[in-house]
Design a protein around this ligand. Structure first.
Ligand code: SAH
Length: 254
């Protein structure tokens, strides 16, 4: 019997150098690759000879359903997300579709989640080492999450002095949320708190900038940007953000 297999693949931030060998192998072993048009384009030659099912960004639920359907019919399918498929990606959507259909581990299709380098890790690497100590991640998209929930999380993160990584900070239609988030943070953190902005990490047109919380201009940020806000100890060292490990140097023996 043909079992069907669904790989939920994180393709990393962009260039093929940051696609893991395991993700590459999952793609190589798949007959069908399903994903957002722009991400499939980034995979270029890896899709040669494969059936590619591309769709628009907004068609996520339909895309997950399509991939699940093909795998249940016995095909080997890779459903691709940028970054990590399990971080604001397609893995959760696909598993929800399967759960609603009564699927349990061991049923057809086999399912494997293949991790990828998420935008937080990619952006942090380009900025230096801002995520060295405890950090939190919040998506500012209120399309699937009510704004009061996002606000409550921002308040908690700001008060607890976590480094904060913001995904989905701003789009053409969601243009006020980043300013609102900055205002929440400014109630708890110094105006000089370092902020890093990374746009199109590891893709053509990559931009890496640092600023401060007080000077954070939402207009400089778009949907392809990840924003990292330092904690009270983060420093901007000539455009590189460093958050201390938490121990004064020399205080802890190796
Ligand atoms: N699954 C993805 C996240 C999808 S949500 C991951 O794990 O990375 C989309 C958001 O991720 C974007 O709005 C942006 O904030 C961030 N992002 C994704 N790729 C990026 C890149 N190459 N450079 C900067 N930010 C990126």
């Amino acid at each position: 019997m043909i079992r069907g297999c669904l790989y939920l693949v994180g393709a990393g931030p962009g260039d093929l150098a940051h696609l893991t060998p395991a993700a590459r192998a999952a793609l190589a072993g798949s007959e069908v690759v399903v994903g957002y048009r722009r991400y499939l384009d980034l995979l270029g030659p890896l899709l040669d000879g494969k059936e590619a099912v591309s769709s628009e960004l907004t068609e996520e639920v339909a895309r997950a359903g399509r991939a699940v359907d093909l795998a249940r019919r016995g095909r080997t399918v890779a459903l691709v997300s940028s970054g990590d498929a399990g971080v604001y990606g397609m893995a959760g959507l696909a598993l929800e579709v399967l759960r609603e259909a009564g699927w349990r581990p061991g049923d057809v299709p086999d399912v494997e989640v293949v991790p990828g380098i998420t935008a937080a890790g990619a952006a942090a690497a380009l900025l230096g080492a801002p995520l060295m100590h405890d950090w939190a991640c919040v998506s500012l998209s209120d399309l699937l999450t009510p704004w009061p929930v996002i606000l409550r999380r921002l308040e908690a993160v700001a008060a607890a002095d976590f480094v904060l990584c913001l995904y989905n900070p701003r789009s053409r239609r969601r243009d006020w949320q980043l300013g609102a988030a900055r205002d929440v943070l400014l109630r708890h953190r110094a105006p000089q708190t370092p902020v890093g902005l990374v746009t199109d990490a590891y893709r053509a047109g990559q931009r890496v900038r640092t600023t401060t919380l007080a000077d954070l201009d939402p207009a400089a940020v778009d949907m392809l940007t990840t924003v990292i806000v330092g904690n009270s100890a983060t420093v901007d060292c000539g455009g590189m953000l460093v958050t201390p490990r938490g121990y004064p140097v020399g205080a802890v023996s190796p």
